[in-house]
Ligand binder design. Sequence first.
Ligand SMILES: Nc1ncnc2c1ncn2[C@@H]1O[C@H](COP(=O)(O)OP(=O)(O)O)[C@@H](O)[C@H]1O
Ligand SMILES: [Mg+2]
Length: 325
Amino acid sequence: MTGSRLLRIEGLTIHYLTLRGIVRAVEDFSLELGEAEKLALVGESGSGKTTVGMAVAGLLPPPGRIVGGRILFRGVDLTRLSYDEWRSIRGKEISVVFQDPNSSLNPVMKVGDQIAEILEAHGYTRGEARRRAVELLGEVGIPDPETRYHAYPHQLSGGMKQRVAIAIAIALQPSLIIADEPTSALDVTIQARILRLLKDLSEKRKSSLILITHDLGVAADVADRIAVMYAGHLVEVGSTKEIIEEPMHPYTAKLLESIPFVHKTEGRLRAIPGHVPSLINPPSGCRFHPRCPYATEECARLKPRPILVRGRLVACHNPLLGEQA
Ligand SMILES: Nc1ncnc2c1ncn2[C@@H]1O[C@H](COP(=O)(O)OP(=O)(O)O)[C@@H](O)[C@H]1O
Ligand SMILES: [Mg+2]
């Protein structure tokens, strides 16, 4: 973690109560985030990334329940806030950029007015709010913002809509932005530009960023630090360089092998065999053990706790320490 601490998640445990059973989506998850730090939360689909992100943003959907742990934001436990208290934090302190901009934009309202409305609700006069909305549209790289102010979402491309969603997210200068797969719904050619924008904006504004992505390559492009999740457990946290150059958890190593840009050896990319298990009846011990080439009897029996190994947190009974990696 760099700088002073903004967020501290301690032992967070989240269940979804469903008709098929209790989904143990996040278990004993602890993580810290510094002011102005960019962290990526990485793992295959079904790892619990969105669940963690939505819990931090106070947006966990109804079957989800925080059954243990705390989420301290500047020392205040977010898990205990009332609906009204959340209204003074969401948007102003913590805001979210979702995968699909269509879900966050109002289809029947001019995009500029959607930004201005938020500013007005927080004390700007109408004139100031409009001026500021135009500035924000410019800041997120929308060309000719005065004209685009009057566009409706359907008149804009996917990338431009996501820029508007980002403008809304930064309008009230939040200290933390949570971006959940913000480019997964966009054209590949646009993805890099939107990621660059998120990175530049958080650097310029000194806000913190949690980038949720299944793509370790995307994480490496944007984040200072990477936290890797598997099946509801945090498995490894380190600087981006450490994670990419010397993964210690076998799961992180497998994730790395499955992306093109860091794959050192020639030949075809190897997908990780198997898939993330159902979290209604998760595997015992280390949840990765059924897919892990290094699993021992202990791994099936005992859940590894995250411990510091060479300055990095890793939750594994048999971490890779160079010789195998
Ligand atoms: N609304 C929900 N109701 C029931 N189960 C859910 C719900 N949302 C997510 N889950 C389950 O919780 C686990 C974690 O999901 P999620 O947080 O969406 O993972 P990720 O974002 O890493 O893909 C998965 O097993 C998923 O099926
Ligand atoms: Mg998700």
